[in-house]
Design a protein around this ligand. Structure first.
Ligand code: FAD
Ligand code: NAD
Length: 465
């Protein structure tokens, strides 16, 4: 059996693991990374990147279809659009491939050794990797578990045949005529909206009494409106029961307790993600768990000295940029630098239509935390740039502590607001007050102007409403 020794071993090359390894390499740490599938993890291969590529395709198609139907308010007409979904999927796969190569190049540049294979623990310092050429033993002073997450399967609706996960949905080469989406969260609504734009008749079955239960009704309102306009049927308070006897649909129990069969060519199940811990032989370690997730402290340390965990395997929020930030921090900790998790916020974005972005506390969360609040909201209907982009739905909302005017949270819903997350995140991280935001000149005409206007509204003197 081949033996490797190193200072740092990273298990899993998703955004958490590969960033950790690159930073460690930059710091001169002798680092090995093990990956059982493809570099880049869920995010790059079957998550963030491919989903955003397909969302873009759907947006372009819908715009062309709107022009073909003569429905634009500015008189644009075009021929009936046709989409070769096979070519779109190939284009998406090409982007993924380029990024896979990019991650490999960055790891090489940082002098990180890449081992392809599945890792499992022998003990707290030793990992065995099953590779194509046989097992390899790796001894490391510090080990980072960055094994990510996988889709949750419903026992009565297992993946296979017409029942697909997000991975299957992103590989479809034909638009299903009727798509039933089980779970109206991030993935269900991002992909459900995209397929509706591509012409599928989409029905969303959500167990809770609202879609995107993480966000308040003000933020999700414009999304519900748009889903209705796209012909998407949203059934809240509804339970999936199982496939119809002929396998041509889904049986559900509606909110009023009645059973209904929803015809479906594909059933997309997006009811959350679970940590990937199976097969790691965690029983050979003494870790504290948080349900199925690995419990970590503020330095991403587990209950065992020298073993860290980062990213989705440690629980919510399961976001790529959180995993990356944790990875970068852990590399510096292993290098002996004084680091701990001191972030004031992690932006969350839902790439629906319109998009939602949220950083820091929502009004309800801030109230629950005992704060007296000043809240300012500015509608895109009063923003010139939003009008010129034909996207007036939505608003920017700033939540601040009364008295100090310290900004506690910023939310927005609207077309293209994902790009505002940078400004929102910076404001929260820098501890901005309402005056700081109101006093920063924002270029005209941009969607970003709604941000200081919302802060001025909270201060009682918005200029454009
Ligand atoms: P992962 O990316 O899951 O990577 C873990 C890696 O570990 C995998 O490559 C896996 O093969 C490897 N591995 C597991 N076990 C072993 C083992 N025993 N040995 C060796 N290797 C192993 N997040 C966002 O922030 N923005 C988005 O827009 C977004 N969109 C998404 C869309 C979809 C459809 C999905 C599914 C997810 C999306 N996410 C998004 C979530 C994002 O993908 C995850 O938060 C992120 O990938 C987590 O990174 P990670 O490094 O923790 O794990
Ligand atoms: P999610 O937690 O966002 O949504 C799951 C939804 O399914 C919830 O609304 C839940 O109430 C519902 N649900 C659960 N069980 C159900 C059942 N039996 N029947 C009907 N509905 C049911 O999960 P997801 O959409 O699978 O996404 C997983 C994770 O991936 C998210 O937590 C998120 O962190 C990450 N993600 C992020 C992005 C982004 O940042 N834009 C995009 C996609 C995924």
């Amino acid at each position: 059996m081949t033996e490797i020794t190193c200072k740092l071993l990273v298990i899993g090359a998703g955004p958490g693991g590969y960033v950790c390894a690159i930073r460690a390499g930059q710091l001169g740490i002798d680092t090995v990374i093990v990956e059982s599938t493809k570099l880049g993890g869920s995010c790059l291969n079957v998550g963030c990147i491919p989903s955003k590529a397909m969302i873009h395709v759907a947006e372009e198609f819908e715009k062309a279809a709107e022009a073909a139907a003569g429905k634009t308010p500015f008189g644009l007409t075009a021929a009936e659009p046709k989409l070769d979904l096979k070519q779109a999927v190939a284009w998406k796969d090409g982007i993924v491939q380029r990024l896979n190569n990019g991650v490999a190049a960055l790891l090489r540049k940082a002098k990180v050794k890449i081992v392809h294979g599945r890792a499992h623990f022998r003990d707290g310092k030793t990992v065995v990797v099953e590779t194509e050429t046989g097992p390899k033993t790796i001894q490391a002073e510090a080990i980072v578990i960055a094994t990510g997450s996988a889709p949750v399967e419903l026992p009565f609706l297992p993946f296979g045949g017409n029942v697909i996960s997000s991975t299957g949905a992103l590989a479809l080469t034909e638009v299903p005529k009727r798509l039933v989406v089980v779970g109206g969260g991030y993935i269900g609504l991002e992909l459900g909206t995209a397929f509706a734009k591509l012409g599928a008749k989409v029905t969303v079955v959500e167990a809770q009494d609202k879609i995107l239960p993480l966000y308040d009704a003000e933020l999700t309102g414009p999304i519900s409106k748009r889903l209705t306009a796209l012909g998407v049927e949203v059934l809240t308070g509804a339970k999936a029961l199982g496939p119809t006897p002929k396998g041509d649909g889904l049986r559900i129990e509606t909110a009023d307790g009645k059973e209904r069969a929803l015809p479906a060519d594909k059933i997309l199940v997006t009811v959350g993600r679970k940590p990937v811990t199976e097969g790691l032989s965690l029983e050979n370690l003494v870790l504290d768990m948080d349900g199925r997730f690995i419990r970590i402290g503020e330095r991403c340390e587990t209950a065992m000295r020298g073993i860290y965990a980062i990213g989705d395997v440690t629980g919510e929020p399961m976001l790529a940029h959180r995993a990356m930030a944790q990875g970068e921090m852990v590399a510096e900790i292993v290098a002996g630098l004084p680091r701990a998790w001191d972030k004031r916020g992690i932006a969350a974005i839902c790439f629906t239509d319109p998009e939602i972005v949220s950083v820091g506390l929502s009004p309800d969360e801030a109230k629950r935390a005992g704060h007296e609040l000043k809240i300012g909201q500015f509608p895109f209907a009063a923003n010139g740039r939003a009008m010129t982009r034909h996207g007036e739905a939505g608003f920017v909302r700033v939540v601040a502590q009364a008295g100090s005017d310290l900004v506690l949270g910023i939310q927005a819903v609207g077309q293209g607001v994902s790009e505002l997350s940078a400004a929102f995140g910076l404001a929260i991280e820098m501890g901005a007050t309402l005056q700081d935001i109101a006093g920063t000149i924002h270029a005209h005409p941009t969607l970003g102007e709604a941000f200081p206007e919302a802060a001025m509204k909270a201060l009682g003197h918005a200029l454009h409403i």
